[in-house]
Write a protein that binds this ligand. Structure first.
Ligand code: NZQ
Ligand code: ZN
Length: 386
């Protein structure tokens, strides 16, 4: 096991009715920016639950953060933060709204001339404006981590940022919020969380027995609850397990002491940037090709995953590993998620080359757990996914 440090300062308030705790958790004298998305919270009752508990605090609302939080929109919110002297951000939404809040938290304290550089210059944010979240969509884990992914339509870019100063102060996780989530987003959430675990697990054996079993247990739980959540989002047992699995998949715990990959996400982000494909779906497109292309390097873990998660006990290591990739792709299909780029766009020719060109331009010469996946490897993987 590799050496590691682990600190996660985010307080979690989990369960039915927890939105009412906002009153206790938010500072009385805070000057709050209530950040939200396209308006789902105004249709499903979450907005009422939130505002009912804010009391006489000063609150300014800023809505309209789109899925794949857009830089131009966030810059409008930054103007409001500066002009109205906002001291605290309350993000009510899914990963996009929460990621938007993280960017704003960093940008509000950024002293440089161009906040986009927080993303392009890989600035690790040590301190930001305090923010908290009310999660409305289990998927990204953003509610308990310090990462954020921001999109800029103007340049068709989608870049990640983060730092120890960007953990939410607290996050409210009420599984009942999933009642109103459309099937497409529920399937996305399951797929995203599932792939988060794979990115931190599907590497090579390092003797980290507990981390492996934690990762496998999250995958098994997601597989178990996925059909129940899709069939009946009001099934509280399924909803609560789904929500906590998504948070646990990316709150930093399972990656401690082990190598991580994250190349599926790197390639996936380009597909969202180029074609607007939902984040989770890009992962389902890239992952099967990625594991097939890097089969030799990942064979042992693929076979272990096949055996422990999918009960594939027959055949050689190679056969079990190959079968595990097939089962993974089948799982995505069962969720109603297509796994080829051509299922989403007719305009896919040249995508592999474009992804390679972008990686080269950014100096991303070696991705993956061995830092050895070159832009030309990424090109081949994306082409395999056409
Ligand atoms: O915008 P509104 O109207 O709220 O509707 C949203 C949006 O259309 C809707 N929704 C959310 N909660 C709902 C609901 N509809 C009905 N009822 C509810 N309770 O769902 C749609 C998608 O929301 P979004 O926040 O975009 O989804 P998700 O949580 O999947 O977030 C995706 C973003 O997170 C980034 C992705 O790249 C993408 O930009 N990620 C962030 C990560 C992180 N910070 O750690 C890691 C991930 O790998 C990912 O990259
Ligand atoms: Zn993801």
């Amino acid at each position: 096991m590799n050496n590691f440090q682990y600190q996660n300062p985010t307080k979690i308030l989990f369960g039915k009715g927890q939105i009412a705790s906002l009153d206790k958790e938010l500072p009385r004298d805070a000057n709050i920016l209530l950040l939200y998305g396209g308006g789902s919270i105004k249709r499903n009752g979450i907005y009422e639950q939130v505002t009912a508990t804010l009391g006489d605090r000063k609150v300014v609302e800023f809505g309209g953060i789109p899925a794949n939080p857009e830089y131009a929109k966030l810059m409008e919110a930054l103007k409001v933060i500066r002009e109205l002297d906002i001291t605290y951000i309350l993000a009510v939404g899914g990963g996009s709204v929460i990621d938007g809040a993280k960017f704003l938290s960093a940008a509000a304290r950024y002293t440089g001339d161009d906040p986009w550089k927080i993303l392009t210059d890989n600035i690790s944010v040590k301190e930001g404006l305090p923010f908290a979240t009310v999660l409305t969509l289990p998927a990204t884990g953003s509610e308990m981590n310090s990462g954020s992914v921001i999109t800029r339509a103007e340049t068709k870019e989608k870049l990640a940022m983060g730092g120890p100063g960007l953990f939410p102060v607290f996050s409210i996780l009420d599984p009942e919020v999933i009642h109103s989530i459309p099937q497409r987003q529920l399937a996305n959430g399951i797929t995203d969380a599932f792939t988060h675990v794979l990115e931190q697990y599907m590497t090579y054996p390092t003797g980290a027995l507990l981390q492996d079993r934690l990762a496998e247990s999250i995958l098994q739980t997601l597989i178990e609850v996925a059909p129940k959540v899709l069939e009946d989002p009001t099934d509280y047992t399924a909803a609560s397990n789904f929500m906590w699995s998504c948070t646990m998949a990316l709150n930093g715990l399972i990656s401690k002491g082990v190598p991580t990959d994250w190349a599926v996400h790197a390639m996936g982000h380009e597909l969202t940037a180029l074609y607007g494909i939902d984040h989770a779906r890009t992962l389902a497109i890239v992952a099967p090709s990625h594991y097939t292309y890097n089969f030799e390097a990942k064979r042992e873990k693929l076979a272990q995953y096949g055996e422990r998660v999918w009960n594939i006990t027959e055949g050689s290591t190679e056969e079990r590993a190959r079968a595990a990739i097939v089962r993974t792709e089948d799982f995505f299909h069962q969720l109603g998620i297509d796994t080829k780029l051509s299922d989403y766009t007719d305009d896919y020719e040249g995508t592999g080359e474009e992804v390679a060109r972008r990686f080269t331009e950014r100096g991303w010469k070696g991705l993956g757990e061995h830092r050895s996946l070159t832009p030309s490897d990424a090109e081949q993987i994306v082409k395999m996914a056409y």
